[in-house]
Design a protein around this ligand. Structure first.
Ligand SMILES: [Zn+2]
Length: 110
C-alpha cells in the first residue's frame, strides 16, 4: 500500500512500465453519467480510429493483432491524507463501482 503523494513523486526515470500501486483513497467526482463509450484496443483499452471488430497494430501497446472493440472508461478523483489525483478506470472496475453487469453498462442509457 502506498500514498498518492509517493505516486506523484514518480518520474519517467524511476517508474517501470505497467507498474501497479495500491492506494486506500476516497473516490470523488465519480458519476455514472460520466462513463465514456468509445472504440479501443482489446489489449490496452486505449482509443483507436479503427472500425469496430477490425484488426490493427496498436500505437500504444504495439500489439500487432489488436481488435477494435467497444470500451468504457471513467475518470474520477481519488483523495487520501497526502493529496489527490485524477485517475481513469475501465470496464470491470466500473461494473464493480456501480453494481452493474457489463451488458447493463453497454446498453444505451435511458
Ligand atoms: Zn493497445
Amino acid at each position: 500500500m502506498t500514498t498518492i503523494a509517493s505516486i506523484k513523486k514518480k518520474t519517467v526515470a524511476n517508474t517501470i512500465q505497467d507498474e501497479r500501486h495500491w492506494i486506500k483513497a476516497f473516490v470523488t467526482n465519480c458519476s455514472y453519467d460520466d462513463i465514456r463509450k468509445f472504440l479501443g484496443c482489446n489489449g490496452c483499452n486505449r482509443k483507436t480510429d479503427t472500425k469496430k471488430n477490425e484488426f490493427f497494430t496498436c500505437q500504444w501497446c504495439h500489439k500487432k493483432d489488436s481488435i477494435s472493440m467497444p470500451r468504457l472508461a471513467l475518470s474520477f478523483d481519488a483523495q487520501d491524507d497526502t493529496g489527490s489525483m485524477s485517475l481513469t478506470t475501465f470496464i470491470n472496475t466500473i461494473a464493480q463501482l456501480f453494481g452493474k453487469t457489463i451488458s447493463e453498462l453497454y446498453a444505451p442509457k435511458t
